[in-house]
Ligand binder design. Structure first.
Ligand SMILES: N[C@@H](CCC(=O)N[C@@H](CS)C(=O)NCC(=O)O)C(=O)O
Length: 234
């Protein structure tokens, strides 16, 4: 048993991958990947609203104090490994634990998956997240419309990039469901949670919603969306 496991989260199966997360767009990426790959794992709910990500023991497994975070007691060299950053976690699960599943075969497709994964982590996540922040959560914090205008415009621009790429395609890479889709579609779904679909003229991007629905048809996706379960209050 590794001493990496933060003591707040009791571990039932110390030999399994431990996921520390919440069902946010970034958290869902890890839950969906684990479910799609059918890997044995245990999931722990991290209450980021209560600030549990800033606890010292959590910082030891994620120096950046974010979810998702993963600890694998059987890392590549046999020693335990802690990983932060959802993109790295998705690649680790696919490549180290599942023989490259969820990455379409061939080097070209490998790099195309990396391309869309980085596109999501560097663009879609941060920009949609800022849009949600200024449009919904902090709408009473500033009377200046500049921020909401800036992030609405950028979110629309990124939706247009996705929409154009999806024209004539079923999924982002090689017409095969992959890590690229897993990384991206939960962020697009978050626009609903932000009550922001009207503001970004979501319905004008005709290829996006059918792609989301194709992703949602998958049983692994359906299971992964609610990982980890929020503990009941009683
Ligand atoms: N680039 C990181 C972003 C992770 C991230 O921002 N996670 C959010 C939840 S979606 C979080 O932990 N927020 C808590 C906080 O910022 O204190 C990744 O892809 O894993």
């Amino acid at each position: 048993m590794t001493d990496l496991y933060p003591s707040r989260y009791p571990v039932e199966h110390p030999d399994r991958i431990q996921l520390y997360s919440m069902a946010t767009p970034n958290g869902r990426k890890a839950g969906i990947t684990l479910e799609e790959l059918e890997l044995p794992y245990e999931a722990h709910f991290v209450d980021i609203m209560a600030g549990h990500q800033y606890e010292d023991e959590f910082r030891r497994i994620n120096p950046n104090s974010k979810i998702p975070t993963l600890v694998d007691p059987n890392g590549p060299d046999g020693a335990p490994i802690a990983l932060m950053e959802s993109g790295a976690i998705l690649l680790y699960l696919s490549q180290q634990k599942a023989g490259g599943r969820l990455i379409p075969a061939g080097e070209r497709h490998h790099y195309e998956v990396l391309q869309w994964l980085f596109f999501q982590v560097g663009n879609v996540g941060p920009m949609f997240g800022q849009f949600g922040h200024f449009y919904k959560f902090a709408s009473d914090k500033t009377s200046d419309s500049y921020a909401v205008e800036r992030y609405t415009k950028e979110t629309k621009r990124l939706l247009a990039v996705l929409d154009a790429h999806l024209e004539g395609r079923t999924f982002l890479v090689a017409d095969e469901f992959s890590l690229a889709d897993i990384a991206t579609f939960p962020w697009v779904m978050a626009l609903d949670f932000y009550d922001g679909k009207g503001a970004v003229e979501y319905d004008s991007f005709a290829n996006v919603e059918p792609w989301i629905q194709r992703c949602l048809e998958r049983p692994g996706v359906q299971r992964g969306l609610s990982v980890p379960k929020r503990p009941s209050k009683d």
